[in-house]
Design a protein around this ligand. Structure first.
Ligand code: FES
Length: 119
C-alpha cells in the first residue's frame, strides 16, 4: 500500500493546468494582445466545453496574463507537459480537449514552432 507521500506525488502528477492568455493592452500598443485576437472567447469556449462534457479529474483552466508569444496569439499552454499552442481559436478548443487531453495526441498544426521566442 502506498504511503501518504507517494499518494500526494501521484495526485500532483495527474494534475493538468491549462493557461489561456487573455491579456489585453491599450490601443496603440506596439505589441498585439490575445484579448484582441479572441483569447477571452477561447477561454469561455474551453470552460463551456468542460462544463458540458465534465471536467476531467485534476484539471484546472485559467486565464493568464501575457505568455510572451503575443505575435502568434492567442496562446494556450498545457502543463505538466509544457505544450505551447499558438494561433488557437475557439473552434480549436474541442479538438484540443478530444485529441490532446483525452487521446494524448497534441495538435501538431497548433504547436508553437521552434522559431517562436518564448522568454
Ligand atoms: S498577449 Fe497573449 S501571449 Fe502576449
Amino acid at each position: 500500500m502506498p504511503d501518504a507521500e507517494s499518494q500526494d506525488t501521484a495526485v500532483l502528477k495527474r494534475r493538468i493546468h491549462i493557461f489561456v492568455c487573455t491579456n489585453s493592452r491599450p490601443k496603440g500598443s506596439s505589441l498585439p494582445c490575445c484579448a484582441d485576437r479572441g483569447g477571452r472567447e477561447l477561454l469561455a469556449t474551453f470552460q463551456s466545453e468542460f462544463a458540458r462534457k465534465g471536467y476531467p479529474s485534476g484539471l484546472k483552466i485559467s486565464g493568464s496574463t501575457c505568455l510572451t508569444t503575443c505575435q502568434q496569439g492567442p496562446t494556450v499552454v498545457i502543463y505538466p507537459e509544457g505544450i505551447w499552442y499558438v494561433g488557437v481559436t475557439p473552434g480549436d478548443a474541442s479538438q484540443i480537449i478530444e485529441a490532446h487531453l483525452t487521446d494524448g495526441a497534441p495538435i501538431q498544426r497548433l504547436l508553437a514552432p521552434d522559431s517562436v521566442r518564448i522568454w
